[in-house]
Structures are given as C-alpha cells and as structure tokens.
Design a protein around this ligand. Structure first.
Ligand SMILES: [Zn+2]
Length: 171
C-alpha cells in the first residue's frame, strides 16, 4: 500500500463522517500565510485555524518567490485578503543546501541548469526580513501595511516575531 492509498482511505473514512457544507471562497480572517512545506509545521493546529479562514501558500523554505507573489496578488485582488503572515522555522531543510552546490548537482545530473533560484539560506531571521522586504516592494500586492514575519520553533511549537512592515510600502 502506498502513502497515497493510505491517505485516500483516510479521506473516505473522514468524509463519511461529515455533513456536506459550502464555505465562502473568501478567507474569513482575510489573511494569507506564506510558509515552508516542512512536514512538522501543522499550520492549522499551530495557529488554531479552521477551514475557510486563511490562504496557506507553501514552498521549500517559505520563500517569497515570483510564484508566491502571484498567489498573494490573487489572494488580495480577487479573494479579499488584507494581512500577510510569513513563517520560517527552525531546523529547515533549506539550511542544509547551498545555492551553488545544489545548482551544480542539478546541472551535473541532468545536463541542464535550472531557470529558478534555489533560495537556500543560513540565517533564518535574515531570510524572514528578506521575505518581508520582497512583499513590501512588490507593486502587484496592493495591501502591504500589515506584513509580519515569524520563526516557528519545531520543537516548542512557539512562534517568535522577527519583523514587520507596518505603515505601508516604501516610498
Ligand atoms: Zn523548512
């Protein structure tokens, strides 16, 4: 049995217990959360969220890439969100690679250098601040006056605030 088969079994069992309902496509808390794909970071339980409340945008590292900007632009311009929460975490896999070595590995294995940036980092706090700055400077995101960045400790499950961009976009 594959992991997918196992998860499908869970879905059949849990859906059978639920009453069908329809939640609004607009997140009720009007917030978008950008975070890492890390398996230990259960965003819903860590923040006490339930379905229908927030957009969750995830990738390796919780990095603010062009595609994250794309999702945030849709989130704010079409789906009504106003606040942005950026969450990195301790013991992140992105701290185990370096841009140069991973790029070289991909090129050596495939004969092709990737078009994307690897976006590894060593300093968690600095990368959170970098992410805030990327959001703050994006003209595609209309609401940039409530952007806050955090580091989640995967051992204690606590969030620590690193920085915020209150007061709007830079001049
Ligand atoms: Zn991570």
């Amino acid at each position: 049995m594959t992991a997918i088969d196992r998860l499908l079994g869970h879905n059949h069992a849990s859906a059978a217990q639920l009453q069908p309902r329809h939640l609004d496509v607009m997140p009720a808390l009007r917030i978008a959360i950008v975070t890492c794909m890390d398996s230990r970071l259960d965003v819903f339980s860590a923040l006490g969220l339930i379905g229908g409340e927030a957009h969750i945008i995830r990738n390796a590292g919780g990095v603010v890439t062009d595609d994250v900007i794309r999702s945030l632009a849709i989130s704010q311009r079409r789906l009504g969100t106003r606040e942005i929460m950026l969450i990195h975490h301790t013991d992140c896999g992105m701290q185990l690679v370096s841009d140069d070595s991973f790029r070289a590995e991909l090129q050596a294995d495939t004969g092709m250098a990737p078009a994307f940036a690897i976006e590894s980092f060593t300093d968690l706090d600095a990368d959170v601040l970098q992410s805030i700055e990327r959001v703050r400077r994006s003209p595609f995101i209309p609401h940039r006056d409530a952007v806050r960045g955090f580091v989640y400790d995967v051992d204690t499950c606590r969030l620590r605030e690193v920085g915020q961009a209150l007061g709007g976009a830079p001049a």
